[in-house]
Design a protein around this ligand. Structure first.
Ligand code: PGA
Ligand code: ZN
Length: 428
């Protein structure tokens, strides 16, 4: 028996940062190596994501995952026993094609397959005596620019902002540790500014650690970010981004987006973005339009010369990405492993993006655990950008802290992607 053969797999129910139950999986190999991973969960989810299975029973208002845990322990574990963990593709494809056999992983649950997939990768890396990022890619060396989400709206906050995320990107930092310092100091300035303007009660934070001030529209939060960056003294090192998550304030019947009480057509939205790009150093907009409006996305991509990211649009799915590429919709994919449900499929999607000149932005979910695996994955992909919240809350800082360790480990070989990040994203 090979040392890297899977000896046992054990899943359990744990809780994420919102207190929602989620799946954690342990994988043991014959030679004694061990890997553990847990599964994140979205709230502002795309309609076309792989299926996240929940118990639907009284406990945790239906959100329990005990049935998923059972699936891992009683069905997936025996099927995978003895397989070589180093053969990630074989492990993942067995779950997808032989055990699940649905298009959206609704039988096993993408939260079952992903937990097993990621824990297997960790165990295999451990067996090889390598950090995960290096096990996945011997050429891994790019430390990503973080997109720090400092003002939270939409489904992640109890405020009135429709736009979900207002972001700063310290592209002018020398390295990740300076980027973290900049974001933290800007966050403190923003907090002071919010308290001055709206009082202490307004300085609470949302699901990704950004503030939830009583602001409205798009300009007010962007102006506040610009002012906070200025007060912190980093105007020359910071550019801006947004995740609009537009699907969540779009009415498909009326075909309008309602922003700050005003109705906007698709064309109005494109014009709004053009105006914003003229007024702010805005270099990255995610989910600018409705998730199924590929035509609108293609028009937007023609009109704007910045990074345009598809999250709900692509849902880390190869078919949706291919459709977008064929139509010229967006120029970057948001990469979330749980949207597709296995590491192998997620790596394949990133490869498609790269081959067609699309960027890849690795992302957390709003529902995270302290598992920092995306830090290793973003370096393995040399993707050059990561979106993982503000510099507060343990489930966010765990990712940043792991990236600091990787940056240290790579030493002089590390390349911080800031200087290479241009208005069309990270391209090398
Ligand atoms: P979610 O949001 O994790 O709640 O889906 C994140 C995003 O929209 O990028
Ligand atoms: Zn998004």
């Amino acid at each position: 028996m090979r040392a890297t053969a899977i000896q046992s797999i054990h899943a359990r129910e744990i809780i994420d940062c919102r207190g929602y139950p989620t799946v954690e999986v342990d994988v043991w190999l014959e030679g004694g190596a061990f890997g553990r991973a847990s599964v994140p969960a979205g709230l502002s989810t795309g309609t076309h994501e792989a299926h996240e299975r929940r118990d639907g029973e009284k406990r945790y208002r239906g959100l329990g995952v005990r049935k998923v845990v059972d699936t891992v322990n009683k069905e997936i574990a025996p099927a995978l026993k003895g397989m070589d963990a180093v053969n990630q593709r074989a492990v993942d494809m067995l779950m997808v094609h032989e055990l699940d056999q649905t298009a959206d992983k609704s039988r096993l649950g993408a939260n079952a397959t992903l937990g097993v997939s990621l824990a297997t990768a960790r165990a295999a890396a451990a067996a090889c005596g390598l950090p995960l990022y290096r096990y996945l890619n011997a050429a891994a060396r790019v430390i990503p620019v973080p997109l720090f989400n400092l003002i939270n709206g939409g489904k992640h906050a109890s405020g009135q902002l429709e736009v979900q995320e207002f972001i700063i990107m310290p592209v002018g930092a020398e390295n990740l540790s300076e980027a973290l310092q900049i974001a933290t100091e800007v966050g403190w300035e923003l907090k002071d500014l919010i308290i001055q303007r709206y009082g202490k009660i307004a300085a609470n934070t949302g699901d990704e650690g950004g503030f939830v001030p009583p602001m409205s529209g798009v300009e007010e939060p962007l102006d506040a970010l610009v002012e906070a960056v200025k007060r912190a003294g980093y105007s020359d090192k910071v550019v801006y981004g947004m995740d609009v998550a537009a699907t969540h304030f779009y009415d498909p019947q009326e075909r309008v987006y309602t922003l700050a009480g005003k109705k906007h057509s698709r064309e109005d939205m494109i014009q709004l973005y053009k105006d914003l790009c003229n007024r702010y150093k805005l270099v990255s907009i995610e989910d600018a339009l409705y998730e199924d409006d590929f035509e609108g996305w293609a028009a937007l991509t023609k009109e704007l010369d910045i990074q345009l990211i598809g999250d709900d649009l692509f849902v880390t799915n190869p078919h949706r990405l291919h459709k977008g590429i064929a139509m010229g919709a967006a120029n970057c994919i948001l990469w979330k492993v749980n949207q597709i449900g296995t590491l192998t499929e997620a790596l394949d999607v990133a490869e498609i993006a790269y081959r067609h000149g699309y960027g890849v932005q690795v992302s957390e979910r709003s529902g995270e655990t302290e598992d920092a695996i995306i830090a290793d994955l973003v370096v393995a992909l040399n993707a050059g950008q990561i979106k993982t919240g503000a510099t507060v809350r343990g489930e966010r800082t765990s990712k940043y802290n792991q990236l600091l360790r990787i940056e240290e480990e790579l030493g002089a070989h590390a390349v911080y992607a800031g200087k290479q990040f241009c208005w069309k994203g990270y391209r090398v």
